[in-house]
Design a protein around this ligand. Structure first.
Ligand SMILES: NC(=O)N[C@@H](CC(=O)O)C(=O)O
Ligand SMILES: [Zn+2]
Ligand SMILES: [Zn+2]
Length: 428
């Protein structure tokens, strides 16, 4: 099976767009030139489109097994493909939790059978994510675990975290942390600040996240472990990661599109589509996250795609579960709100969604290179369209961005040399 992408535009390392054509065969990029004149089974006209590496999202919830009402590996990876993502790492807060070799092998089977794009499954740090007993790291690594995390809940005890980090370091694996101290949650559903006061709701203080990061960077230093911070959200957290990096500690961090684009002041009424963990923080936190991304403190962007049913989200802010979807809106939102507004360049944004997450975890994906795997997205930077959750391929429609007018829509996605999604009328 061979494909030629004609008349596209490629970003140079200097960030300039230049005309380019790609020849793909057997899942591999075989040629990149300004013009390619050889036959192929399929010809894609990319006139006016940017050719970028398929995006890499190292934080998604696919909900299978156990949460199939919210999402499945099939629907979640269809949503990924539509959003331009060709690699996603799936969180282990499923039922059952992938906390044994057997459970992870079952998930690998389902991925093989039903996934549209590459799925890297996380394994849990502790049995059933209960924080009491470490899982079988060796067995889970053998079964193909991407890294270890108890996402959804923080590791409460420093002693348990240190043990996990030492074991992970010995296996050259990363510990990926949802940073939340249970004694500081305060039964909150929003950030403790202006909005929680205004709505008369309990708030989650910034320290709830930052104390775990401060503790964990010291533990990572002691264990010489790669420690990764999920969905960083406060200015104190950014400061702590920045300081740890300065001291040579092996820490990386991700930020979500919603924390880059929103803060508590955007929350309208009692709408649970603004409820996620960590919560939307203050305007100052919001600005600190952008600054942290620009100065290299924060390594990359991950969506934390967290689908829930409409019934669950209709319960209002205090009762609904935490989480919003992100795969199908990440690029258009970030392009429109950050690139068009001059906060990031197009190259910076694409790097934060491709080569940066890949580099942080030593993955070979997220680059366009001859001899490399053909993971590609074509982007239409000019086409304007409003975000409409009813068109989502994800089962989750829970987004606070409905109705936002965006440019920069993915129009065709190729994963491992196979067209996995295309906008109507775009394929040859
Ligand atoms: N982010 C969220 O608000 N929710 C996530 C859990 C998590 O990422 O901590 C979920 O699983 O729904
Ligand atoms: Zn989390
Ligand atoms: Zn998550």
């Amino acid at each position: 099976m061979s494909i030629i992408i004609k008349n596209g535009q490629l970003l140079t390392s200097e960030g300039e767009l230049m005309k380019a054509e790609l020849y793909i065969e057997d899942g591999i990029i075989k040629e990149i030139h300004d013009e390619i004149t050889r036959p192929a089974d399929e010809i894609i006209d990319a006139n006016g489109k940017v050719i970028a590496p398929g995006f890499v999202d190292l934080h998604v919830h696919l909900r299978e097994p156990g949460g199939e009402k919210k999402e499945t590996i099939a629907t979640g990876t269809q949503a990924a493909a539509r959003g331009g993502f060709t690699t996603v790492a799936a969180m282990p807060n499923t039922r059952p939790v992938p906390d044994s070799k057997e459970q992870l092998e079952k998930i690998q089977e389902r991925i093989k059978e039903t996934a549209e794009v590459r799925v890297l499954p996380y394994a849990s740090i502790t049995v059933r994510e209960l924080g009491q007993e470490l899982t079988d790291f060796e067995g889970l690594k053998e079964a193909g675990a991407f890294a270890f995390t108890d996402d959804g809940v923080g590791i409460q005890e420093a002693g348990m975290m240190l043990k996990a980090m030492k074991k992970a370091a010995a296996l050259d694996m990363a510990i990926v942390a949802h940073c939340e101290d249970n004694t500081l949650i305060n039964q909150g559903s929003l950030h403790e600040g202006k909005k929680s006061a205004e709505l008369g709701m309990n708030g989650i203080p910034s320290a709830c996240e930052a104390v775990h990061i401060a503790r964990d960077v010291l533990l990572a230093e002691a264990a010489d472990c790669h420690y990764h911070v999920c969905h960083i959200s406060t200015k104190e957290s950014v400061r702590t990661v920045r300081d740890a990096k300065r001291h040579g500690i092996r820490v990386t961090a991700e930020v979500t599109p919603h924390h880059l684009l929103l803060n508590e002041e955007h929350i309208t009424g009692n709408d649970a589509n603004f409820k996620m963990n960590p919560p939307l923080r203050s305007k100052q936190d919001h600005l600190a996250l952008i600054e942290g991304l620009l100065d290299g403190t924060i390594d990359f962007i991950a969506t934390d795609h967290a689908p829930h049913t409409s019934e669950e989200k209709a319960e209002g802010i205090e009762l609904a579960p935490f989480g919003i979807v992100g795969l199908e809106t990440a690029f258009p939102l970030l392009y429109t709100e950050m690139v068009e507004k001059g906060i990031l360049t197009l190259k910076q944004l694409i790097d934060f969604l491709t080569v940066k997450p890949a580099e942080a975890f030593g993955l070979s994906y997220g680059r366009l290179a001859v001899g490399g795997v053909a993971d590609i997205v074509l982007l239409d930077l000019l086409h304007e369209e409003k975000i409409d959750p009813t068109t989502f391929l994800s089962k989750g429609k829970n987004t606070p961005f409905a109705g936002w007018n965006c440019k920069g829509w993915p129009v065709l996605t190729i994963a491992s040399g196979k067209i996995v999604w295309s906008k109507e009328g775009v394929t040859a």
